[in-house]
Design a protein around this ligand. Sequence first.
Ligand SMILES: Cc1cc2nc3c(=O)[nH]c(=O)nc-3n(C[C@H](O)[C@H](O)[C@H](O)COP(=O)(O)OP(=O)(O)OC[C@H]3O[C@@H](n4cnc5c(N)ncnc54)[C@H](O)[C@@H]3O)c2cc1C
Length: 392
Amino acid sequence: MYFADEPEHISVLRDVVRRFVATEMPPDQVRQWDRDHRFPPELFQKLAELGVCGVTIDEEYGGQGRDLVAAIAVIEELSRGGAFAAGPFIHAAFYGGMNISENGSEEQKRTLLPKLAAGEILFAYGLSEPDVGGDLASVTTTARRSEDGKHLILDGFKRWCTGADWADYIYCLVRSYAEAPRYQNLSFVLVPRDTPGMRVHPIEHANLRYTLSSDVIFEGAKIPAENIVGGEAGWNRGWRMLAGKALDVEKLEITAVAFGIAQAAVEEAWEYAQQRKQFGVPISAHQAVRHDLVEARTKLEACRAMLYRGAWLAQEGRPCSVETSMAKLFVADTGVEIALLCQRVMGAYGLAEGHDMERHVRDLLGMPIVGGSSNMQKNNIANGLGLKGAKS
Ligand SMILES: Cc1cc2nc3c(=O)[nH]c(=O)nc-3n(C[C@H](O)[C@H](O)[C@H](O)COP(=O)(O)OP(=O)(O)OC[C@H]3O[C@@H](n4cnc5c(N)ncnc54)[C@H](O)[C@@H]3O)c2cc1C
């Protein structure tokens, strides 16, 4: 693991992505996307042309070879410009590339991974439901086989399905065998966009407005049986897929978004404090403001160390469920502290149009909830470390 210089190929990649953000994501445009609350497909198209979407995919399936540290660096750099490119990148490289690489059948890998690596298709995540948040083993959306066995029929209700209106497939967690014990009755299926019997209703929300999140209602929605993730061998093995290696990495991807946005918040407050004058001096000359700024920067460095340690462990294939939960917990919660410190430095302008800070605050406030809440990470850590007293 490195503590000073990162590998050269990652520095080069960072520079490429940084230039992309500077050129393609000017602040006024980003603020307009945020107001519109819509997915900018043209931005993702340009990002895909850089060839970065295959960074989680093996070369034999058309990717650049799995490099999780590089993938996390891409998310970090994109997120400094907001979630507008980082979000869709995650839909391609992680929801799609990572999950199909880990869990897909050979045929699914051959068909889907080259398209995901090229950014030609995108996935959405269908886990949450109206009555199911952290307790994902309790999902109630069902998938049953058609009489001829060639199809699956889906009934149920998914909530917060980000990108359901444009994703090519929803990577959807369903209850596949109601009578089987908890954890053995779940499967993942790929639901194509515009499947008959599926309706999508957008939800307005304040954070991560790179696209809409949606309610998705399945009423006898019919999909081919080949769309069981992992093929027939994947039927009723959904929990293993969810709680396996892919989850460790999934925790890191949202952690990287939080870190990138927190970095943008610190940079904005740092710059602002040196421009804004009160009592005849830049506010950065007032000790209390200086202290807020260096406190934010110090917390940011701790976040960096937690995030990249987790990414390195995951890339090395070492056990890292505890470390990735610690990283998600620490960076998400610290990201909120950083957001509030930086917003305070900017006074009223930290909540006003014309600056990015108010968006950073909205985005960071949601981080301890999305992608597995801070409490759920604490539960994982306590269980992973064998702390007595856990429920079975
Ligand atoms: C902008 C946005 C985008 C999203 N995108 C997606 C998506 O694409 N796909 C998807 O499937 N979901 C998505 N989600 C949903 C997100 O993953 C959930 O909000 C998250 O998992 C938490 O679920 P919940 O909000 O229902 O909270 P709940 O699970 O109801 O929890 C509420 C509170 O209770 C606490 N709590 C619950 N159980 C325990 C426990 N056992 N121990 C201690 N504390 C507990 C939680 O920590 C939390 O503080 C998105 C959410 C948002 C806001």
